[in-house]
Write a protein that binds this ligand. Structure first.
Ligand code: NAD
Length: 471
């Protein structure tokens, strides 16, 4: 599904490890070069986190994992890669040296993508004979979950990069003009400076500042950005009214943006001590797991509203989806991994989530027979009127599962379904027998399906009559 089959990553720290994870879990083979003897251990930890979280974003199964290879030399790592992510520390001379080495050994049409937080492509390209090959593809930590990648550089290279990133579930954002720190880090640095001032001046602790974000505007920002939020805040009069109301404050000003507090030993100690008091009951690994679990839950809830990052995930689900096969065989209606948000205090899948899985299986059958969104928009659909679920075995976060479905009744207004949920070992986890009736959504009453739906369903149901139930 991905437009990419072979990637290389140079530098396997926080960001390099994140790219490795996104590539591998989306089916891309990756070679990695990092001279640090500890790099392999660190990357495997990032991969472990990614395997626990990334598949849970989707309601479809991801492709088979790509292959990971650690290379002893940079030349070997890049020689056959179509995409090379540079993720070495943020030092311009080091990055320029790495690109010079890479360009000696890579394919002429490989894309060389720097993860730099601050440097401009023109700085990275200095001295290069093929500067258009070097672009900025700036990701966000954790790279395997956060979709945004800022792209800066030569327009044709950026267009190729953008297409590739979309197939990897990313949201490529093309930066129109190169600038120090691109878009997002300029914004973040402004907030960071203010936060440092607030601590320096004894106005707030690190915990209080974080609370101002996580209980407040951070919640808004996950679903609407600065301008859309302020547009709403302006009421019916909108953006212009908002600017008029709060514009004068910009001149007072509330912020101390152009100054930076001096990072004296005293201030650094104060920040570190406050941060320890706030969060040291958790290890960094625990905080990463908490962060990832929350990110998956937040993004999954945005899927439900089909909004921004959630819409991106829904679009990706469509790309990952395999249409169930038709007449003469049972239908595979679900093929996915169980997300953490479907599990409960007992450590296994909640009753409601079993029901959700079978409900999705029913939806898949509806789409297959033509009762799709267009059909629903025309005022026709199926409603479930009876369900019996048998819970047979536990199902855990990260389990790969499938549902196989038999259409047991497809005559007239009825749609009868028998579903079997199994894990990847083939063990039966649960069964469901579901009866749906065709309805007129305007009259809120049952009615006969339109002819194409009726005929497709009846043909499928007849072909299933001779097949054994899936459980
Ligand atoms: P890091 O220190 O965690 O990792 C850097 C890795 O590069 C280390 O494992 C190191 O051993 C390796 N390395 C050093 N020299 C090398 C060389 N010559 N060849 C190959 N590997 C080499 O750093 P990081 O946080 O992953 O940052 C990497 C890049 O990503 C930087 O440009 C940074 O600005 C950018 N970035 C960082 C973040 C973040 O939140 N940490 C976010 C977005 C972008």
């Amino acid at each position: 599904m991905s437009l990419l089959s072979r990637a290389a990553v140079i530098g396997g720290g926080v960001i390099g490890g994140g790219w490795v994870a996104r590539f591998l879990l989306l089916g891309v083979d990756v070679t990695i070069y990092d001279p640090d003897p500890d790099a392999q251990r660190k990357i495997m930890q990032v991969l472990d986190n990614a395997r626990q979280s990334l598949p849970g974003l989707y309601d479809q199964r991801l492709p088979n994992e790509g292959q990971l290879r650690f290379s002893a030399t940079l030349a070997d790592a890049v020689s056959s890669a179509q995409w090379i992510s540079e993720c070495v520390p943020e030092q311009l001379a080091l990055k320029q040296k790495v690109f010079a080495d890479v360009q000696q050994h890579c394919l002429p049409d490989a894309l060389l993508a720097s993860s730099t937080s601050g440097f401009k492509p023109s700085e990275l390209q200095q001295g290069s004979a093929a500067p258009e090959q070097i672009i900025v593809a700036h990701p966000f930590n954790p790279v395997y979950l956060i979709p945004l990648v800022e792209l800066v550089g030569h327009s044709a290279s950026i267009a190729r990069a953008s297409d590739i990133l979309e197939t990897l579930g990313c949201y490529p954002l093309v930066v129109r003009k190169e600038t120090d720190a691109h878009i997002a880090d300029r914004l973040l640095e402004a907030v960071w400076r203010e936060a440092l001032w607030l601590v320096n001046d004894g106005i707030a602790t690190t915990e209080e500042i974080d609370n101002a974000i996580v209980y407040g505007f951070g919640l808004r920002w996950a679903q609407m950005g600065l301008f859309e939020t302020y547009r709403v805040a302006g009421g019916e009069a909108g953006m212009a009214h908002f600017i008029k109301q709060f514009g004068p404050a910009l001149a007072w000003p509330w912020t101390k943006l152009m100054d930076v507090p001096e990072l004296t030993d005293e201030l650094v100690k104060k920040i570190a001590a406050q941060s320890d008091e706030h969060s040291s009951q958790y290890s960094i690994r625990e905080l990463e797991r908490i962060r990832d679990k929350n990110l998956v839950a937040i993004m999954r809830s945005l899927k439900w509203t089909n909004w921004r990052a959630g819409q991106l995930l829904n679009n990706m689900d469509q790309k990952l989806k395999q249409t169930p096969t038709g007449a003469g065989q049972l239908l595979q209606t679900i093929n996915r991994v169980i997300p953490s948000s479907w599990t409960d205090y007992n450590g296994h899948m909640t009753d409601a989530s079993y029901a959700e899985v079978f409900s999705f299986a029913g939806d898949a059958v509806m789409k297959l027979i033509g009762a799709n969104q267009d059909y629903i928009d025309r005022g026709l659909s199926y409603f479930t009127v009876d369900v019996k679920i048998s819970y047979i075995q536990e199902c855990h976060q990260g389990d790969g599962v499938t549902v196989v479905t038999r259409i047991s009744d497809g005559e007239g207004k009825k749609l009868g379904l028998e579903h079997a949920l199994r894990n990847d070992k083939g063990e039966l986890l649960a069964t469901s027998v579901q009866l749906l009736l065709h309805v007129d959504l305007r009259a809120r009453k049952t009615c006969m399906p339109e002819a194409p739906v009726r005929e497709t369903l009846s043909r499928l149901a007849r072909s299933h009559q001779t097949l054994a139930a899936p459980f």
